[in-house]
Design a protein around this ligand. Structure first.
Ligand SMILES: [Zn+2]
Length: 222
């Protein structure tokens, strides 16, 4: 049963104890290791039949062509997919993406947030346009910088560093948290990111080095 299909808390009389399969446990243990947590399943993973509000991980089994997934309280805003299923059409992929986004937002709100039901999910068109413009800007900067972390940092600082440009990207929006920036980045199709990286590599080394030196100097003086 997928997270989205779960009835509201208290409706299921006696949830069946359904731990994640071994492959998922391995995936989750690997993730927790990145947070220096040595996993104990019943303590660290909340799943059907083992509700653990304090556990860092909440796991949902896959169903109806959806991948198994989990949220990590230390990584707010992210949904981790296990064995992502090849979804059929672009419409289905887009619907799944929107659903994940809503769920991630709800996960950030914490327990007590309403459970997302399947169905048409409306997305704020302004937010979609803002994401799209930020993604285009990040790709353009990535072609010049070749380092995604530097690009993210620049975008995060853009409201202060270049308010005019920021206004064009985000129309009065206050600024983006690094988590959101990373999420935008992750949703840029991989081929586009690869192409931008290839463009960066095509810049002659001498020019790349000169540009990097100029940036370092600008950081020091500006
Ligand atoms: Zn995490």
């Amino acid at each position: 049963m997928a997270y989205a299909d779960l009835p509201a808390a208290g409706v299921l009389p006696d949830p069946v104890y359904s731990p994640p399969p071994a492959s998922a446990i391995e995936h989750i243990a690997g993730h927790l290791a990145e947070h220096d947590i040595s996993m104990r399943l019943d303590r660290d993973v909340s799943f059907l039949g083992n509700p653990q509000p304090e556990a860092p991980i909440s796991y949902a089994a896959g169903a109806g062509g959806r991948a198994q997934r989990y949220h990590c309280s230390r990584c707010p805003g992210f949904v981790f997919l296990i064995d992502p299923v090849a979804l059929q059409s672009p419409e289905e992929r887009e619907a799944a993406r929107v659903r994940e986004e809503v769920q991630a937002a709800l996960a950030e709100l914490g327990p007590g947030a309403p459970v997302v039901r399947r169905g048409p999910a409306a997305r704020d068109p302004k937010a979609a346009q803002r994401e799209e413009r930020c993604q285009q800007w990040m790709l353009a900067r990535y072609r010049e910088l070749g380092n995604r972390e530097e690009v993210w940092d620049e975008l995060e600082a853009l409201p202060q560093d270049d308010s005019e440009l920021w206004g064009e990207l985000a129309e009065g929006f206050h600024g983006l948290a690094l988590d959101t920036i990373r999420r935008y980045w992750k949703r840029i199709p991989q081929p586009d990111r690869d192409a931008a990286k290839a463009d960066y590599r095509a810049i002659p080394a001498r020019e790349r080095n000169a540009a990097a030196a100029a940036r370092r100097k600008q950081k020091l003086t500006g």
